[in-house]
Design a protein around this ligand. Structure first.
Ligand code: SF4
Length: 198
């Protein structure tokens, strides 16, 4: 059975859904490439700039970025070196550890982020037109799929409620102990700044 075999795909809703997700994943690639060409940056250079800009410095290490983007440490190091040469980031040495550094985005880097991070706009425009009930169902489906892909170790890093030490589900009521509130479907996060596993 193959989702790409048209006879099998078109007679099976599961196959059509997976083929559709594959098509959507290509859209992100196309949109990102378009920005890459305009700004003479590779897609991963843009993705690293955006990630570093919106996450804490402790997540902006070579090791963590390698896990996050499923790339080797040398690839991430090379990408960071190129971004530094282009003047988009600067390495800030960590006190008392000559070999470690954190990464800061420069003003030039912030300009590039501003001009590239909107590559997702066409998708945002479509989602924004859906009604609230459809969005909630879509979000539940997507967040559940991401969780299962994480459990299958295909998506390696997940800062999601389901993996967080503040999350509980007593009597089937999802709850965040940090925020002190029940988590409805739309409240579940897939990338939370307060996520903690320690
Ligand atoms: S801290 Fe964030 S990730 Fe953890 S349960 Fe609360 S909302 Fe979810």
């Amino acid at each position: 059975m193959s989702v790409f075999n048209l006879n099998q795909q078109n007679s099976n809703l599961d196959h059509k859904i997976v083929a559709g997700l594959e098509r959507i994943s290509n859209v992100f690639r196309i949109l990102l490439w378009d920005k890459s060409k305009r700004h003479q940056l590779s897609p991963i250079q843009i993705q690293l700039l955006i990630f570093i800009n919106y996450h804490s410095q402790k997540l902006s290490t070579v090791s963590y970025l390698a896990q996050e983007f499923n790339l080797s440490k040398p690839t991430i190091s090379d990408t960071i070196k190129t971004l530094e040469q282009k003047g988009y980031i600067k390495k800030v040495p960590v006190q008392d550890d000559a070999r470690s550094y954190t990464i800061e985005i420069t003003d030039l880097g912030k300009n590039v982020i501003f001009e590239t991070e909107n590559y997702t706009d066409p998708l945002s425009a479509i989602v924004s037109k859906s009604n609230a009930a459809d969005k909630e169902i879509l979000w539940k489906t997507i967040s559940d799929m991401i969780l299962q892909l994480n459990r299958m170790e295909i998506i390696t890093v997940q800062r999601t409620c389901y993996n967080c030490k503040f999350f509980s589900n007593e009597k089937n009521v999802p709850f965040c102990g940090l925020l002190g509130q029940e988590l409805k479907n739309e409240d579940i996060r897939i990338d939370c700044g307060e996520f903690c596993q320690d």
